[in-house]
Design a protein around this ligand. Structure first.
Ligand code: GLU
Ligand code: ZN
Length: 301
């Protein structure tokens, strides 16, 4: 293909809550190869927005694992902890549009109301009933309250490049959701939308555990006048008991030495058909084969 300016910009956005494990490696590989296939750029964003869950040293460990496995990223890594002014700006814009309000309900109270059946629960957990919707801000920046965004009784639809059509009615399926927490930290939903727009991400390739978050992100993009990227949600690696393989379910770190058989195994998981001998090849041969043969597919092995 002749070289041309390509607007594809993909990203890998790990949370530094522990080392990179096989589940996150799969998302890194798929987002990377998809970007390479489109002559695009591939960025890394360190999603350290939830400062209470960050593990000291994990961000550096993740970057050294990625480096050891031969990933090459564009631009400098963006850290969400450095992005607070941008999140405040987004809040201000939403406040200006009268889309947000302070919520003083405690998680405990909401949970108790959900447990007693007084408020509904759905796939995403309890559906916030809008108890605080008439609250007004006395001090916007104060953190004695969470901040929720009003959602419309409307279906948000998108076509996932891998999973097809997906729709959610935000009013019925989530209710007004939190974009800044009561402890003052910004919610993932807001940070991810602001940063995908800031980094001009055109294609998001990530795990299917985030499929249910996408309609809320589409809505925030609409409220903030951001362009919506294209989405592909990858099947998750499951543990024997059917739970998602994650740091919480005890996935072990991939270390900071390239494990070629593991890389080949992840390619197979992603539905690629590497020749048997590839696992004995060099790291650069594995990547060459992967780049030459990559096809984003749902026929996951
Ligand atoms: N930081 C999120 C995670 O590690 C991923 C967010 C995303 O890709 O949108 O699960
Ligand atoms: Zn409330």
């Amino acid at each position: 293909m002749p070289s041309q300016t390509c607007s594809y910009r993909g990203r890998f956005a790990p949370s530094p809550t522990g080392p990179l494990h096989k589940g996150s490696l799969v998302a890194a590989i798929a987002s990377y190869l998809e970007a390479k296939k489109h002559n695009g750029q591939w960025l890394i964003r360190m999603e350290d927005v939830d400062e209470l869950r960050n593990v000291k040293g994990a961000a550096d460990d993740i970057l050294s694992s990625l480096d050891a496995f031969g990933f090459e990223w564009d631009e400098t890594v963006l850290y969400q902890t450095q992005r607070k002014p941008a999140y405040v700006e987004a809040l201000q814009s939403l406040k200006h549009k009268q889309l947000i309000y302070p919520c003083t309900c405690s998680r405990k109270t909401l949970k108790a109301r959900a447990d007693s059946g007084e408020i509904n629960t759905g796939e995403l957990g309890y559906i916030y009933p809008g108890s605080c919707i008439t609250n007004t801000f006395s001090n916007f920046q104060s953190d004695d309250h969470a901040i929720r965004i009003k959602v419309p009784d409307e279906s948000f639809n998108f076509i996932d490049a891998l999973l097809g059509h997906h729709a959610q009615n935000l009013k019925k399926d989530s209710g007004d959701f939190i974009i800044r927490r009561r402890d003052g930290l910004f919610a993932y939903q807001l940070a991810v939308v602001v940063d995908d727009a800031f980094q001009n991400i055109s294609h998001v390739v990530r795990g299917a555990d985030l499929l249910g978050s996408t309609p809320r992100q589409l809505y925030l993009q609409q409220c903030l006048n951001f362009v919506t990227p294209s989405y592909s949600h990858l099947p998750l690696i499951l543990c024997n008991n059917g739970d998602k393989l994650s740091k919480q379910t005890g996935a072990s770190g991939i270390g900071n030495k390239a494990d070629i058989p593991l890389l080949v195994d992840c390619l197979k998981f992603l539905g690629q058909k590497p020749p048997e001998a590839l696992a004995q090849e060099s790291l650069s041969s594995v990547w060459q084969w992967a780049k030459d043969n990559w096809l984003l597919t749902t026929s996951i092995s």
